[in-house]
Design a binder for this molecule. Structure first.
Ligand code: ATP
Length: 199
């Protein structure tokens, strides 16, 4: 599995559609200060479901939409598509190529698509988590993050390892199932009370 290409439209400084093609192995992005290198990494985190605007170096999520320059008006939407080569079947989906797309409208929420089909954030997170790309995005190491990992508590460090091993997905599923069980138990109790009243 490797990242094949990414297309940015209206994302941060990438007003026009821009496609970056990646080859297996190491890719380096070079350019002058402020030319948009970090915006490429932000786009990668964003399309994979990053929810925290701060992690994308913005104040609010809308800041990812091209805000305009002196020569070009602001845009109303940002869209990033990421194509992953899945010929080794690392992602649990029956396609050798997977394209994840995230679109955001100014003033509106986000939409996700997996190979063109509408999807939920949870679907994107679950699809990626088997490959070790969890919702905490530890696969993207930002400036200063190494220090944070070195200074983490043993519990926090276990969280990093669990995410990389794909265990976190099952822990989250268990938490969701327990919450559902709790609300079902509440409903059952109310029902039992009602039946007792009717009798
Ligand atoms: P450095 O080498 O200094 O870290 P960089 O190449 O990583 O720089 P980025 O931080 O990726 O640069 O890009 C910063 C540029 O992106 C700035 O010029 C900023 O104005 C522009 N930018 C960020 N968000 C938006 C937006 N929503 N609309 C338009 N331009 C934006």
């Amino acid at each position: 599995m490797y990242l094949k290409s990414m297309t940015l439209r209206g994302f941060k400084s990438f007003a026009s559609a821009t496609t970056l093609e990646f080859e297996p192995g190491i890719t380096c992005v070079v350019g002058p200060n402020g030319s948009g290198k970090s915006n490429v990494v932000d786009a990668l985190a964003w399309v994979m479901g990053q929810q925290a605007a701060k992690s994308l170096r913005g104040g609010k999520m809308e800041d990812v939409i091209f805000a305009g320059t002196s020569g070009r008006a602001a845009l109303g939407r940002a869209e990033v598509s990421l194509t992953i080569d899945n010929s080794d079947g690392a992602l649990p989906i029956e396609y050798t190529e997977v394209t994840i797309t995230r679109t955001m409208f100014r003033g509106g929420g986000s939409e996700y698509r997996i190979n063109g089909d509408s999807a939920r954030l949870l679907d994107v997170q679950e699809l990626l988590s088997d490959s070790g790309i969890g919702r905490e995005m530890h696969v993207i190491v930002q400036q200063g993050q190494l220090d944070a990992i070195l200074q983490a508590t043993p519990e926090e460090r276990r969280g990093f390892i669990e995410e990389a091993a794909g265990v976190l997905k099952h822990r989250k599923r268990k938490e969701r199932a327990l919450r559902k069980l709790e609300s079902t138990e509440g409903n059952l109790n109310r029902l039992t009370d009602l039946v007792a009243e009717i009798r």
